[in-house]
Design a protein around this ligand. Structure first.
Ligand SMILES: [Zn+2]
Length: 339
């Protein structure tokens, strides 16, 4: 109950804030009805009695995701251990809490080529019937560039935005999912040096600081066995979205997502072109024996790590396609991994 009450009050406040921002009228908190176009594909089931209020279907809203992208860009470049990343983190946490999710951070210090850096992973939880966990993740730091103002509209703002919207939909579900979902926002995915292999050494790579920390903590807390799958989102917003198959990813997991995307009508997005991605946040999970898939558009995105990775490259539609596909895939993955 706490879960749902919290969600409703959080929704009312955040929606009123959004409305007052967009329309420009003063903030008035009211119980106005939900004014959204529900997605028929991921709407929640109707199992209420006749005396209950009608069900409120919540679907992935691409425009809300666009707002999250703009907000991150407004904050400015946010590499690890900066005031801007702290602001980004506060924004993400605030949003997740407003969806009724349980949120905490894991603060740690990483040794980097630029010295000791304070970092924090953000973890939001949707408790399920079983303790088996499916992690859906994105990094939220932008890459540090000495001489370039890099805002990272696609990398990582669009995947953060997509993950936030996924969180809002999961937080609104009336029934407990079969397994527990964790939405994780990794700090320190990007290398401090220009290229990710410039400064790394064996056993101490210069990237994936947050995901390596997360997996180390799983091992330290003996939770490695209950974490059954990782779905990693990275650069989900390009107007010309097209996803190849990352060759490192776990095939059965990738197959479920690809087939689900095609069943939803997105065959042109989920292609069989091989996508080679080394050094992303799924690597530490794979090394720990956790089945993982990376959804990434790297080779087909010409603005990657460029100053013009800007909001005009991002489309609400692209984030919605990924969001709907992941949301529709989760119960199928849960079915497969639940003990
Ligand atoms: Zn990047």
């Amino acid at each position: 109950m706490y879960h749902r009450l919290n969600l409703l009050s959080g929704w009312t406040i955040s929606r009123a804030l959004t409305l007052s921002f967009v329309v420009g009228f003063p903030l008035v908190l009211s119980g106005c009805p939900r004014n959204e176009t529900p997605s028929p594909r991921v709407s929640m089931s109707n199992s209420r009695g006749t005396n209950s209020p009608p069900p409120i279907p919540v679907g992935f809203n691409g425009e809300r995701a666009m707002d999250h992208v703009r907000k991150q860009i407004e904050i400015g470049p946010h590499p690890p251990d900066t005031a801007e990343l702290a602001r980004t983190r506060a924004y993400i946490i605030n949003e997740l809490k407003s969806y009724g999710l349980l949120v905490h951070t894991d603060d740690f210090t990483a040794t980097t080529p630029q010295g000791e850096k304070k970092m924090a992973n953000i973890i939001a939880e949707v408790p399920g019937e079983s303790k088996d966990v499916i992690v859906v993740a994105s990094h939220y730091d932008t890459k540090y560039f000495k001489d370039m103002r890099f805002v990272g509209a696609n990398d990582p703002a669009s995947s953060v935005a997509t993950l936030l919207e996924i969180g809002r939909v999961l937080g609104s579900a009336r029934e407990k999912p079969k397994v527990t979902y964790k939405l994780v926002f990794f700090d320190g995915e990007e290398a401090f040096c220009e290229n990710w292999d410039d400064c790394g050494s064996e056993g101490a790579p210069d990237n994936t600081y947050g995901s390596r920390r997360y997996v180390a903590q799983l091992k330290a807390k003996n939770e490695g066995n209950s974490t059954r799958a990782l779905i990693l989102l990275d650069m989900m917003g390009y107007t010309n979205l097209e996803l190849g198959r990352d060759t490192m990813s776990t095939r059965w997991l990738q197959d479920i997502i690809w087939q689900t995307g095609r069943d939803l009508g997105y065959s042109e997005i989920f292609t069989d072109r091989p996508e080679g991605v080394g050094g992303d946040d799924h690597e530490p999970f794979l090394r720990a024996g956790i089945d993982s898939v990376d959804l990434i558009q790297l080779n087909g995105y010409p603005y990657w790590h460029k100053a013009n990775d800007t909001v005009d490259k991002i489309s609400p539609q692209s984030m919605r396609i990924v969001g709907e596909t992941v949301l529709a895939s989760l119960p199928k993955i849960a079915e497969r991994v639940a003990k």
